[in-house]
Design a protein around this ligand. Structure first.
Ligand code: ADP
Length: 202
């Protein structure tokens, strides 16, 4: 298995932004959110199961998943959230393991938003936590997704707290400042991870 760095953080903390920088440094990325998105493509088995549970209103006119509607359902109802998690997570796990076997770079960045929530810490060699504060999180996600603030608050309340993530952090990226600032932190970590991966290889 490749040397695995789990990248985690709350919604809008900057995981995608940071994984894109690692990708530009030719590091392979395995992103749980990307896997989950692909799993619910039109015509997929998983989308059919979701459709059976919630009816046609969970699909857009084009037959794609009506994401904001699903978000509304699962963030208002714990039972539905657990149901969806139980459906998706075993499949995401299988796909993640498959993808790990194809990694070509000296280490892999595994973007795992729910690493702590799903107790997957043991699946990584190191844990990299993105640090932002809640007000920045709210501001950036609103610009990105146009989600109502009440729903965002609900999502953040369900996710692990930043303190809970920090308990498991081997490394931290502070993403409160500019992208350039974050970029410099990624470069430093990249050089560090290259060394660690080499040491692991023996
Ligand atoms: P996540 O993947 O953790 O949900 P994103 O990487 O998508 O978060 O970042 C959330 C939003 O904030 C995106 O629109 C992104 O472009 C923006 N963003 C991320 N980091 C910064 C930063 N340092 N400065 C300004 N905007 C940022």
């Amino acid at each position: 298995m490749p040397y695995t760095i789990a990248l985690t953080g709350g919604i809008g903390s900057g995981k995608s932004t940071i994984s894109n920088i690692f990708a530009r440094l030719n590091i392979n990325i395995i992103d749980s959110d990307v896997i989950a998105h692909e799993m619910v493509k039109p015509g997929s088995h998983v989308l059919r199961i979701i459709n059976e549970r919630y009816g046609c209103s969970i699909l857009t006119k084009n037959g794609t998943l009506f994401r904001s509607r699903l978000r509304e359902i699962i963030f208002q109802n714990d039972k539905e959230r657990y149901w969806l998690n139980n459906l998706l997570h075993p499949l995401i796990d299988i796909k993640t393991k498959e993808l790990k076997k194809t990694v070509k770079s000296p280490y892999v960045i595994w973007v795992a938003p729910l690493l702590i929530e799903n107790k997957l810490q043991h699946c990584a060699d190191r844990i990299l936590v993105v640090n932002v504060n809640k007000s920045i999180q709210l501001k950036r996600v609103q610009v990105r997704d146009n989600v109502p603030i009440s729903q965002l608050e609900q999502i953040i309340a369900i996710q692990a707290t930043q303190q809970q993530r920090m308990v498991f952090a081997d490394d931290i990226i502070d993403n409160i400042g500019t992208i350039e600032n974050t970029f410099l932190q990624v470069i430093k970590l990249h050089n560090f991870y290259l060394k660690l991966a080499k040491m692991k290889q023996g």
